[in-house]
Design a protein around this ligand. Structure first.
Ligand code: GLU
Length: 402
């Protein structure tokens, strides 16, 4: 039986089959687009992995783009650590700021000229306008709305400024930002995971800022401009961004561009039902790496909850796969929409299962890598005459004795 989502993919000219090209038309190009505001956490890692599996299963490209437009939130070293974490789990981007590529730079703060040029297009075609409202006026509007039980949103006052009024304000050096004019209608689009989404942004939000008064673009604008210019075919990201996608589609329209296809990934939750966040240091990939979890155990653990693979055995028993196998088995149409609770203590079971996998069916390279790890970590024991050999490791390896 063909499920609803598979039917949707077929209608979009896409196939859910693992060996077929995903779309008839252009090459698959996906991006992982983190903001360098902290350590890579499990949710971010899962997004990166699904993007990677999808790209590689479709013989496409995986692009790493750093979204550093909010200069106040940048954490030094975040990009270097992120690249280290990705490499550790086996993700090597095809294009990134350090690897290079045809569509770079891949760091948004180096693309300011492009945003400046593109916002001019929207100003010229009447889809955007300069807004001179002060912070205190915006605060007042917000407070009044809350007091009256209304949705707090910008009242779009500066939409109606005449050209002369704008000129006058510019002459007096008034500070301004640029806002995008939302149209008042319900927009429908297809989410490759959640199906049809219909939403009227205008009813819930004021015109969004697209260029801030410091000249930097906001996420919403830079994201659209970059996905278009980097020829991104599919956007796979956390479901928390689904609410913004309608706004993004309106921006694509205003430019006359075709939006990419969107697939939103269900939330990862703590056991108490709260959202996993970057602020949970113990859930960072760096902390997990330092706690001696095998990279492939983590990869299997974090992609074990939300479906997405041609394999039912995987959830029934703790059967781990190599990156290569996961790429082969990945099928976007099999992702499910339910948010999933993550129990970190299960990672240890995945670690044991990974050791079993490497010893029973690991590639020569994996076995060698594992031997190297063990030698490094247990140097003294390994060099003794009666040292345990690899077959005895499940009994002696402290990684496995939790
Ligand atoms: N910079 C956003 C983040 O860190 C990216 C969202 C997206 O993928 O569009 O989550």
């Amino acid at each position: 039986m063909v499920c609803l989502r598979q039917r949707l993919l077929l209608q979009l000219g896409c196939s859910g089959g693992i060996h077929k090209a995903y779309c008839h038309s252009n090459a698959v190009r996906v991006r992982f687009a983190p903001s360098p505001t902290g350590l890579l956490h499990l949710g971010g890692l899962r997004t990166a992995l699904y993007n990677y599996f999808f790209a590689k299963s479709q013989k496409g490209s995986f692009i790493l783009r750093i979204e550093d437009t909010d200069q106040t939130r940048i954490v030094p070293e975040a990009v270097r650590k992120l690249e280290k974490d990705l490499k550790w789990v086996g993700i090597v981007p095809d294009e990134s700021d350090s690897v290079g590529g045809e569509y770079g730079p891949y760091l948004q703060s180096k693309r300011l000229d492009l945003y400046e040029k593109e916002v001019q297009t929207l100003l010229n075609n009447g889809s955007a306008y300069k807004c001179f409202c002060s912070d205190s006026r915006l605060n007042l509007i917000r407070k009044d709305a809350i007091k009256s039980g209304l949705v707090p949103k910008y009242d779009n006052k500066c939409r109606s400024l005449t050209n002369e009024q704008v000129e006058e304000k510019l002459k007096s050096n008034s500070k301004y930002c640029i806002r995008f004019k939302l149209s008042n209608h319900s927009e429908s689009w297809q989410d490759l995971v959640y199906g049809n989404i219909t939403y009227n942004v205008f009813n819930n939000e004021g015109d969004p800022v697209i260029i801030k008064s410091d000249g930097f673009p906001t996420y919403h604008f830079a994201n659209v401009v970059d996905d278009h210019h980097m020829k991104i075919s599919h956007v796979l990201r956390g479901v928390e961004w689904q609410i913004s996608t309608t706004k993004h589609i309106l921006i694509y329209r205003a430019f006359g561009w075709t939006p990419p296809k969107f697939a939103h990934l269900p939330l990862l939750l703590n056991l108490n039902g709260t959202k996993l966040s970057k602020r949970q240091g113990d859930m960072s990939v760096e902390a997990i790496r330092k706690s001696e979890i095998f990279p492939n155990a983590l990869v299997n653990f974090v992609t074990n909850f939300g479906g997405g693979f041609h394999d039912h055995q995987r959830t029934a028993t703790l059967h781990l796969y190599s990156m290569k196998d996961l790429i082969e088995k990945f099928d976007l149409s099999m992702l499910n929409e339910n948010s999933c609770k993550v129990n970190p203590s299960h990672m240890k079971e995945f670690n044991r299962a990974e050791l079993k996998r490497v010893m029973s069916s690991g590639t020569e390279e994996e076995v060698k890598g594992f031997d190297r790890d063990v030698e490094e970590a247990y140097n003294e024991e390994v060099s003794k005459p009666n040292a345990p050999n690899r077959q005895h490791l499940p009994q002696v390896c402290p990684r496995l004795v939790y």
